[in-house]
Design a protein around this ligand. Structure first.
Ligand SMILES: [Zn+2]
Length: 510
């Protein structure tokens, strides 16, 4: 198998080596226009329709920076506790690649807009500390800078979609010039064996933060959030840093964790064999969970950075920066802590809500009148299962928090039992209307009318004389079979507790 490597088991690897990780995250900003021109910054579109002389780098065209993109970058920097530069510059990064129409990228080099911040990340419950409280890691932020995205190449005619073996290549410049923010962490030391989990937790927290700031749609699968993961190992307690590898474009949260895990196992084997880790970029393979060698960094490319001559320096006025700071929304960690306390739930229960992407939905369902227990129950069980079946996001299901609160209210009033409530939800999802309309149209209601139930109970007893004899003989537990028969005969609409009372009244002295 190509790229397969000797590995050392993870636990053994981290018993002898300390992992050191660093993360570089690229996020495409959700601005209306591109960074230096008026072309739309939307995802997709017919190839090469979102282009103009500026983003194609035609001679004589000049860039004009987007104020919105700079504002968004400052917003991200402030939310990450960074200092905002009083004066900085764009830099020209020179390299040739077909998806770079200008043969250079306008980026930032030694003068980034935001520097020296941090983000606290919380590991999930399984890694709780000795006192049961969740473990928190403070990840240092080295820099946050603004640059333009590249276009996309597509290699046609080959079996693998890679350039090797392709007959020809196509380029699409729709993405070229979309504002891209790069967020670089400081080396994250002291994680020990938790390095993969810290990496996962960091990208998760960062994604939630960026979403709450409204600066990006942060869809990893569409590439609007992309992550490169640096990993190195050093002998335990040596205090030295090892040679790192950079695993590129890891495009799911789970893959971030897997990529670090794999690199630890692979690099430990290399070091155990007395060899040295090659400083290089590596590719992560979603299917097999391994990384393979990409381009070596030892003959590092010289990008010949120099200050971008077509743009004036950037000096964000302090009062503007303070306005942006004052307008920051409540950040996700503070919001989760506030809601967890208000709802009286545990950290683990909050983690479940977050992992399901249900925080907004649960909050809105409670606001619509449901109890926190009901709101969590419906979103995290029945609706999560249905979303999973159809491959949809929970938030994209065609049911509103108000609908869910209405279903919960019908159950609480005794008008529906859980089984009927699930049928109501099925009807709402099928587009049959509001919960009340589905109840009316499908004739769903709990039957607790004794006259109707007694007929069904007598029929069930007549049909199962052996069961009835057992109950008469004192085996009350056998009543379950008769209750089931009545529920079946009433298509689930009987009030089960009343049915049980009627059965016992018929067959026992009670
Ligand atoms: Zn353009």
């Amino acid at each position: 198998m190509p790229g397969s490597a000797t590995l050392v088991g993870y636990d053994e690897a981290v018993s002898r080596y300390d992992p050191l990780i660093g993360l570089e995250t690229h996020v495409e900003l959700g601005t209306t226009t591109k960074l230096f021109c008026g072309c739309p910054a939307t995802f997709g579109g017919e190839p090469n329709t979102h282009t103009c002389p500026v983003c194609l780098g035609l001679p004589g065209s000049l860039p004009v920076p987007s104020r919105k993109a700079i504002e968004y970058t400052i917003r991200i920097g402030l939310a990450l506790n960074c200092s905002i530069a009083e004066w900085c510059r764009f830099a020209r990064k020179n390299y040739f690649y077909p998806d770079m129409p200008k043969n250079f990228q306008i980026s930032q080099y030694d003068e980034p807009l935001c520097t020296d911040g941090w983000l606290d990340v919380v590991l999930d419950e399984s890694e709780a500390g000795a006192d049961g409280s969740p473990r928190t890691f403070r990840v240092g932020i080295e820099r946050v800078h603004l640059e333009e995205d590249t276009g996309k190449s597509q290699h046609m005619g080959g079996a693998t979609g890679r350039i090797h073996g392709a007959d020809y290549s196509l380029v699409d410049y729709n993405r070229a010039g979309i504002p891209l923010v790069e967020i670089v962490t400081k080396p994250v030391e002291g994680t020990g064996p938790l390095a993969p989990k810290v990496a996962h937790a960091y990208v998760t927290e960062l994604r939630d933060l960026l979403r709450s700031l409204g600066v990006s749609d942060v869809r990893m699968e569409e590439g609007s959030l992309r992550c490169d993961v640096n990993t190195s190992l050093s002998p335990r307690g040596s205090g030295r840093w090892g040679t790192r590898t950079e695993t590129k474009n890891v495009n799911s949260l789970r893959s971030v964790e897997r990529a670090v895990h794999y690199e630890v196992e692979r690099q430990a084997a290399v070091l155990d064999a007395g060899e040295r880790v090659v400083q290089e970029t590596r590719h992560f393979h979603e299917d097999s969970g391994i990384t393979t060698s990409g381009r070596s960094k030892e003959e590092a490319q010289d990008y010949r950075y120099f200050p971008e001559p077509d743009l004036v320096p950037l000096a964000p006025p302090r009062d503007w920066v303070e306005q942006i700071r004052a307008a920051l929304p409540e950040l996700p960690s503070a919001r989760r802590a506030r809601l967890q306390e208000a709802w009286g739930i545990t950290a683990a229960e909050m983690t479940d809500i977050r992992n399901a992407g249900a925080l907004d939905l649960v909050e809105q369902t409670i606001a619509a009148g449901a109890t926190q227990a009901d709101a969590r129950k419906w979103w995290l069980n029945e609706l999560a299962r249905r979303a999973n079946d159809t491959g949809a996001e929970l938030a994209d299901l065609p049911i509103t928090p108000a609908d869910v609160a209405a279903v919960a209210a019908l159950v609480a009033s005794g008008a529906l039992n859980d089984r009927l409530a699930r049928q109501v939800i099925e009807g709402v999802l099928a587009g049959e209307g509001t919960p009340d309309e589905v109840v009316a149209a499908r004739g769903l209601a709990v039957v607790s009318d004794d006259a109707a139930l007694t007929v069904a109970v007598d029929e069930a007893i007549a049909a199962h004389p052996d069961v009835a004899d057992k109950i008469r003989g004192g085996k009350v537990a056998a009543a379950g079979a008769l209750i089931a028969a009545v529920m079946k005969a009433t298509r689930g609409q009987a009030d089960a507790s009343r049915v049980r009372e009627l059965i016992l009244a018929r067959l026992t002295d009670s």
